[in-house]
Design a protein around this ligand. Structure first.
Ligand SMILES: NC(=O)c1ccc[n+]([C@@H]2O[C@H](COP(=O)([O-])OP(=O)(O)OC[C@H]3O[C@@H](n4cnc5c(N)ncnc54)[C@H](OP(=O)(O)O)[C@@H]3O)[C@@H](O)[C@H]2O)c1
Length: 250
């Protein structure tokens, strides 16, 4: 069964690794091409956009894809909308594989915002020392709040650099440990953390560190989820894919 995985997330990588060992499936992983030097996947892959929903629909037909898996990052809104449209247009079964959002526990001091612009305003008028981990595409929204001192963490350098007079950049890729996050936030005298509700284990340590240090957090809420079947667990999506395969070739 030919499965196209829209990737760029740890979920997609885990699914690719699992499908690599399943002879009933012929998976292809699709990457947007944002990350420089991505680790080579264990299954066939392609890199770059399809050219909108119509381009993706054409690819699904041309490659005779039996099932489309949207395993993109929860904040990658456009490709998920394209996946829905292309699946509907071609009648391809679509399934979403994503991580659950983070939820607060006792001792957390979280403020949720709809978007990066709202998060920038929620930091407040008084200059503060901000630990900003929202991904490089969201950084321009913080130019409306230039009074703060920003410690920005990103995987690749933002191009162009955001127009923020008091900023420093750390380049790092998770997973991060709680103890390291506590040390970083103490050394930098961080007063507030601003991040997106990405979910997952690789980057949640900053929230645990913030709770331990009594530091408030501003969280950008996720965009609304895609319609259709969604799974958070690898075993559950594997069962679903086997079921689709079984229905297609009883
Ligand atoms: N947004 C985040 O916070 C975030 C964080 C970590 C990783 N990522 C990953 O980085 C990639 C880009 O994220 P984004 O937020 O820029 O996406 P986006 O805004 O939803 O997508 C923009 C365009 O990039 C292309 N694209 C995106 N994902 C693709 C994929 N897996 N394969 C082929 N083309 C893809 C599509 O181009 P066409 O219309 O030409 O097909 C899409 O219209 C995604 O794969 C996502 O999983 C995103």
């Amino acid at each position: 069964m030919r499965v196209l995985i829209l990737g760029g997330s740890s979920e997609a990588s885990r699914l690719a690794a699992r499908l690599a060992g399943e002879p009933a499936f012929a998976p292809i992983l699709s990457l947007a091409g944002r990350t420089r030097n991505p680790a080579p996947p264990p299954i066939p892959y392609r890199i770059g956009g399809f050219g909108g929903p119509d381009g993706l629909a054409a690819y699904l037909r041309q490659e005779r894809i039996d099932c489309l898996v949207d395993a993109t990052h929860p904040f990658a809104e456009r490709i998920s909308a394209n996946a829905e449209a292309a699946a509907a247009k071609t009648g391809t079964p679509l399934v979403v594989f994503t991580r659950p959002p983070w939820t607060p526990s006792s001792g957390d001091d979280w403020t949720e915002c709809a978007d990066a612009a709202g998060a920038a305003q929620a930091i407040g008028a008084e200059p503060r020392r901000v630990f900003l981990t929202v991904g490089r595409l969201q950084l321009p929204a913080f130019e409306t709040a230039p009074q703060h001192e920003y410690l920005i963490r990103a995987i690749d350098p933002p191009r162009p650099a955001p127009n923020l007079p008091r900023r420093r950049l750390i380049l790092a890729r998770g997973p991060f440990g709680v103890q390291d996050e506590v040390q970083l936030m103490q050394a930098e005298r961080i007063e507030i953390v601003v991040t997106k509700n990405s979910g997952g284990d690789a980057t949640r340590a900053k929230l645990d560190a913030a709770r331990a240090l009594g530091v408030p957090v501003i969280l950008i809420r996720r965009p609304p989820p895609s319609h259709g079947v969604a799974f958070h667990e690898l075993d559950a999506i594997m069962d679903f894919l086997r079921e689709v395969h079984h229905r297609a070739s009883p």
